[in-house]
Design a protein around this ligand. Structure first.
Ligand code: AMP
Length: 290
């Protein structure tokens, strides 16, 4: 596995493979890898001839008050996991090589970035679109793999890629969970045992939502009320940023469940901000993609 450290090096490596007709899959990450990241790597390995992962904790997507400085960094372990997965290369740029002195060009995020995470974290998606565009330039891949765990981020990158004719096929991968339902996240490392238990409220709220829908409930206000109840009851989450059911494609609020929808939750447990979601399908399709 090659370790690439500058955008130029990454571009030359990628171009040399593509010149041989090798189809490249890109898997962008911020490191502290877990089975969720590896599922993206595996899907890339299956769909493409070679995979290039990236590890970069992107400062421009963190607000000053957020966890940039304490974000978990486990580089040696990450290398071992990626090596074992058999990928061609990992691109691990330093902050100065992505944002050298004088850097001042940003990608203005699409409309779909303005709601939900965009409300809670105003500069976040501008940092995401900018860094993903830069990663697409450094690693001009055929396909890029993103997790539905970050549902809105997937939609933002999809819209950006379409609007700016990026020419990379954006592939979305299903959420990987612990056996008790908690969605895997690098930030789960922040949770102490008590918080870990409280964090289960997010997946429980989504599960109970699914049950309520199966039982016939279609009123979004009622369903959202039920989710919030599960989130806060007993030893629940510390704060709900949002717990909503919206149009799965546009993220526009719904009043009744009459089209493909997604339930999205962002909540804090202690100091840790967690997100989770569940796609809700209707008509001939069964709930939750079953
Ligand atoms: P991150 O390192 O948190 O920026 O995540 C890198 C990529 O992995 C993003 O596309 C995430 O959506 C994806 N990802 C993170 N956690 C999971 C998970 N539990 N299941 C599937 N994909 C995930």
């Amino acid at each position: 596995m090659e370790i690439l450290s500058t955008p130029n090096e990454a571009r030359q490596f990628t171009r040399s493979l593509r010149a041989k007709g090798i189809r490249i899959g890109l898997v962008p990450t911020m490191g502290a890898l877990h089975a969720g990241h590896l599922s993206l790597v595996n899907q890339s390995q299956q769909a493409c001839d070679a995979t290039i992962a990236t590890i970069f904790v992107n400062p421009t997507q963190f607000a000053p008050s957020e966890d940039l400085s304490r974000y978990p960094r486990t580089l040696e372990q990450d290398y071992e996991m990626l090596e074992a997965a058999g990928i061609a290369a990992v691109f691990v740029p330093r902050v100065e090589s992505m944002y050298p002195p004088g850097f001042s060009t940003y990608v203005d995020p699409p409309e779909i970035a303005r709601t939900l995470e965009g409300n809670c974290r105003p500069e976040h998606f501008r940092g995401v679109t900018t860094v993903v565009m830069k990663l697409f330039q450094a690693v001009p891949a055929d396909s890029a793999f993103f997790g539905k765990k970050d549902y809105q981020q997937w939609k933002v990158i999809e819209a950006m890629s379409r609007d700016l004719d990026v020419g990379v096929d954006v592939v979305a991968c299903e959420i990987i969970r612990e056996s008790d339902g908690l969605a895997l996240s690098s930030r789960n490392r922040y949770l102490d045992p008590n918080e870990r238990r409280r964090a289960l409220r997010l997946s429980m709220a989504l599960k109970e939502l699914e049950q309520a829908i199966s039982a016939g409930e279609r009123d979004v206000a009622t369903l959202q009320g039920g989710m919030r109840q599960v989130l806060v009851s007993g030893d629940g989450v510390s704060q709900i940023d949002y717990a909503v059911i919206v149009n799965a494609n546009t993220l526009v609020p719904l009043s009744t469940l009459d089209r493909p929808a997604v339930a999205l939750i962002a909540a804090r447990v202690g100091q840790t901000r967690l997100i989770d979601n569940r796609e809700l399908c209707f008509g001939s399709k069964l709930l939750g993609g079953r």
